[in-house]
Write a protein that binds this ligand. Structure first.
Ligand code: PEP
Ligand code: MN
Length: 267
C-alpha cells in the first residue's frame, strides 16, 4: 500500500492547515519534552510568530536511562492542547504503547511513533486503527525497506495518513549522535508515495549542526523538518544540547525560504 507501484501520485497528508507532501515545506518545531506550561507556551508563541503551524513536544519520553525524566504524561498532553488553543497550532506528540496512544489520540492532531518503536508491531497495528495522521520515525538501525514495511503495517490496518521521518541511523561515526541519511529522501520518494520529513536534531545531536543539515534537507527535497527548540536549552530536561534557542529557530526558518524557492517550493 505504501509503494509507488500501488499508488503513483504523491500522497498529501493534511494535519489541519499543514499539508505534508505539497508544495510547502512544513517545519514542525518545539521542545523535546513538555516540561511546564510556561516552557511550552514560550515555545508555542515563537512557533506561531515564525509563521509555523505545527508544534512538537513529548509527554511520554522513551529515555535511554530509567533515571532520566520520563515525561509528564496526560498533564503534558493537556498543556499541549492549551497551546493549540491559544496559538492555533497543530500538535504532534509521541505515543509509546497502547495506553499512551489512547491519550495521545484524544489530545493531539498527529501521533508520533518514535525510532525505538518503529518495529513495535502491536503499536503499529493499533495506530493503524485510529483516524489520526502518523509521524513514523525510522528505527535507529532500520533499513529503508524495514521502515517502509513498518509503514505498511499502519496502512494495512486502515490508516493511510503516514508521514515518514528520517532521524539519523547508527553507524561507526561517533562525532554526531546519529548519521543523517539524507539519501533516504530521494530513495523513499522513488519507492513510496508517502511524504518524508527530516529530523536534523536527533541526527546531529548538537544544536549548531542543526541549521546546515536542515537546509541540506530542504535542498534535497524533504517535505518537511522536525526541529527541537527550547526557550532555555541549557535547562532542558531532555535533549538540551541539540535544541535551538528560540531566536536561532527564527533565523533558521527565515534562511530556508530561498533554498525552497530554488526547487520550486515555499516554507
Ligand atoms: C523525539 O522526537 O524526541 C524522539 C525521542 O525521537 P527519536 O524517536 O527519533 O529518537
Ligand atoms: Mn528529543
Amino acid at each position: 500500500l505504501v509503494s509507488r507501484d500501488f499508488h503513483p501520485e504523491d500522497t498529501v497528508v493534511n494535519v489541519g492547515p499543514a499539508a505534508f507532501g505539497g508544495k510547502r515545506v512544513i517545519v514542525i518545531a518545539g521542545p523535546c519534552a513538555v516540561e511546564s506550561e510556561d516552557q511550552v507556551m514560550q515555545a508555542a508563541r515563537a512557533v506561531h510568530d515564525f509563521g509555523l503551524s505545527v508544534l512538537r513536544g513529548g509527554a511520554y519520553k522513551p529515555r535511554t536511562s530509567p533515571y532520566s525524566f520520563q515525561g509528564m504524561g496526560v498533564d503534558g498532553l493537556k498543556i499541549l492542547a492549551q497551546a493549540r488553543e491559544r496559538y492555533g497550532l497543530m500538535v504532534v506528540t509521541e505515543a509509546v504503547d497502547r495506553e499512551s496512544l489512547d491519550h495521545v489520540a484524544q489530545w493531539a492532531d498527529m501521533v508520533q511513533i518514535g525510532a525505538r518503536n518503529m518495529q513495535n508491531f502491536e503499536l503499529l497495528k493499533a495506530v493503524g486503527q485510529i483516524q489520526k495522521p502518523v509521524l513514523l520515525k525510522r528505527g535507529l538501525s532500520a533499513t529503508i525497506d524495514e521502515w517502509l514495511m513498518a509503514a505498511e503495517y499502519i496502512a494495512a490496518n486502515g490508516n493511510r495518513d503516514i508521514v515518514l521521518c528520517e532521524r539519523g541511523i547508527r553507524t561507526y561515526e561517533t562525532k554526531t549522535r546519529n548519521t543523517l541519511d539524507l539519501s533516504a529522501i530521494p530513495v523513499v520518494k522513488q519507492l513510496s508515495h508517502l511524504p518524508i520529513v527530516i529530523d536534523p536534531s536527533h541526527s546531529t545531536g548538537q544544536w549548531n549542526w542543526v541549521a546546515p543539515m536542515a537546509r541540506a534537507a530542504v535542498a534535497a527535497g524533504a517535505d518537511g523538518l522536525i526541529i527541537e527548540a527550547h526557550p532555555n536549552p541549557t535547562e532542558a530536561l531532555s535533549d538540551g544540547p541539540q535544541s535551538l534557542n528560540l531566536p536561532h529557530l527564527g533565523e533558521l526558518v527565515s534562511s530556508l525560504g530561498l533554498i525552497a524557492e530554488a526547487i520550486g517550493r515555499t516554507v
